[in-house]
Design a protein around this ligand. Structure first.
Ligand code: CTP
Length: 477
């Protein structure tokens, strides 16, 4: 069978085909095939109406279903700000990937982005016009930069160029993209892309540190070949699928309702590491998955969240200010600094003891015999916050990871530490909770014990956030 040669179509037809293909997320060849198929189907119907036999069609020849549904189908909205870098072409694919997942996408292109891709292409793929100008009268009267900034669940900046990072860190607002970024109160995810030297430059490092401290989440960049011939290193924008996965994960946790808007929440997560010498430490087992999921769910519900995390192998949750610490003492200092808050959730597995005299030099086996470690008890972070005479959060929630007599231990901890709730769970090796993605918890309060069904850690986080919101709204604690 002859193949389709798009090249031979006249220019006007090619342009219309290109637009249709972009709108439907297909290649031009696929779009042409789809048109031919539906024309043939129409011909079949007409032939049938005229009493002629219907041509045989096989299943594979049916038009591809238009993506509806998808994991983000509850109309999750993404505002995609496209910066001016060669990676901008990948952002067109990102629009498709987000749409495939059911997200509603609006695009803003910087002036520099328009050197690489056109607003027409971005708008056609997104299914709505792309925005470019801060001082465009139509845009301002129609949507306006404030509405663009607010009518979204997440702002994604991809590619985030060195210049855009600098503008964001400095709080500039001299074009539509930067004005929207300054005006938004929604979580922001950036996908940096730039030359490795620019990425390593002290100015970029400073700007990035600023942005991370402001609670902006980062995906990538990856290492690899650069667009410039012969250049390689870290600076390639994360792949559209990687970015889409982070967005999906975030928007999946977003319950939609901003039940904690205006509330401040502190969450501790992960283990603490208590040094013995520069290479060895004492720690509890903890992946940080549950604590991080709670921080993400609280942020998705609109809270201003500070996550104080020990060493974990997890990305910083989107829309959360993450403070990284090593030891229990550092964790207590970071929590104290983050107060006041409406809610404190203490999910960290804090090491109970630290070594009294960690050595500056690595202990050698030849130093003589087995080293004798002197241990001192660490401060109890949960108890110190729960027992605060002034400035205590309204709701203080602890965790109790137990291997036996779970409720008994949880009740004892509730009383001993002075907190309002204890989320108790079975972490015996058979439970598979440690490091796993599922959790079976019991919520212990002064009113009694609630047993929650086995759920993913994200579901536990969302359920806990819903309970927190209800408690703050006045229902009983
Ligand atoms: N916790 C804390 N600071 C500590 C120890 C524990 O904030 N130094 C918090 C944990 O984050 C958790 C709760 O206290 O929310 C219970 O932690 P757990 O280790 O189970 O309690 P312990 O008091 O250490 O009791 P034990 O280890 O004897 O079971």
């Amino acid at each position: 069978m002859a193949s389709l040669t798009i090249r031979k179509l006249d220019d006007a037809l090619k342009q219309r085909l290109r637009l249709r293909a972009a709108q439907n997320g297909r290649s031009m060849e696929d779009e042409a095939r789809t048109i031919l198929r539906s024309a043939a189907a129409g011909a079949d119907v007409r032939a049938e109406a005229a009493g002629k036999p219907r041509a045989r069609r096989n299943a594979a020849a049916q038009p591809a279903p238009t993506p509806s549904g998808g994991p983000l189908a509850d109309a999750k909205r993404v505002l995609l700000i496209i910066g001016g870098g060669i990676a901008a072409y990948k952002s067109l694919d990102l629009v498709r990937r987000l749409k495939e997942r059911g997200a509603t996408v609006r695009c803003v292109l910087t002036r520099a982005a328009q050197e690489f891709i056109t607003p027409l292409a971005a708008g056609a793929l997104a299914g709505s016009r792309a925005f470019t100008d801060l001082f465009d009268a139509t845009t301002e009267l129609d949507v306006g930069h404030i509405r663009l900034a607010r009518e979204t669940d997440l702002v994604v900046v991809a590619p985030a160029t060195a210049d855009l990072l600098a503008k964001m860190a400095g709080g500039h607002a001299d074009d539509l993209a930067s004005a929207v970024l300054l005006a938004t109160d929604r979580p922001v995810l950036i996908a940096p892309a730039m030359n490795p030297h620019m990425w390593q430059h002290a100015a970029t490092r400073r700007n990035l540190a600023h942005l991370v401290a402001d609670g902006i989440a980062v995906v990538g960049p990856n290492a690899g070949e650069m667009a410039e011939a012969g250049e390689a290193g870290t600076g390639r924008m994360a792949e559209p699928l990687e970015i889409a996965a982070v967005v999906e994960q975030f928007l999946g946790t977003a319950g939609g309702e901003r039940t904690l808007a205006g509330k401040r929440v502190i969450v501790t997560s992960g283990p603490t590491h208590e040094p013995i010498d520069p290479v060895r430490y004492i720690a509890n087992r903890s992946s940080g998955k549950q604590g991080h999921a709670i921080a993400a769910a609280a942020a998705a519900a609109g809270a201003e969240v500070t996550l104080v995390s020990g060493p974990v192998n997890l990305p910083d949750p989107i829309g959360v200010k993450t403070i990284k610490v090593e030891t229990a003492q550092d964790m207590l200092a970071a929590v104290s600094k983050a107060l006041p808050a409406d809610v404190g959730v203490f999910a960290a597995a804090v090491a109970d003891w630290r070594v009294d005299k960690p050595t500056a030099r690595k202990i050698k086996k030849q130093d003589g015999g087995t080293p004798k470690l002197g241990l001192i008890e660490n401060p109890d972070i949960l108890a110190s916050v729960a027992r605060k005479a002034t400035g205590r959060p309204r709701l203080v929630i602890g965790f109790a990871a137990e291997t036996d007599r779970i409720i008994e231990h949880a009740r004892e901890k509730l009383a001993r530490k002075g907190c309002d709730w204890i989320v108790a769970n079975d972490v015996s090796p058979a439970s598979g909770v440690m490091g796993g993605d599922r959790n079976t918890v019991q919520l212990v309060t002064e009113h009694g014990v609630e047993s929650w069904p086995p759920q993913s850690k994200d579901e536990v986080a969302r359920a806990l956030v819903a309970r927190i919101a209800a408690a703050l709204a006045g229902a009983s604690r």
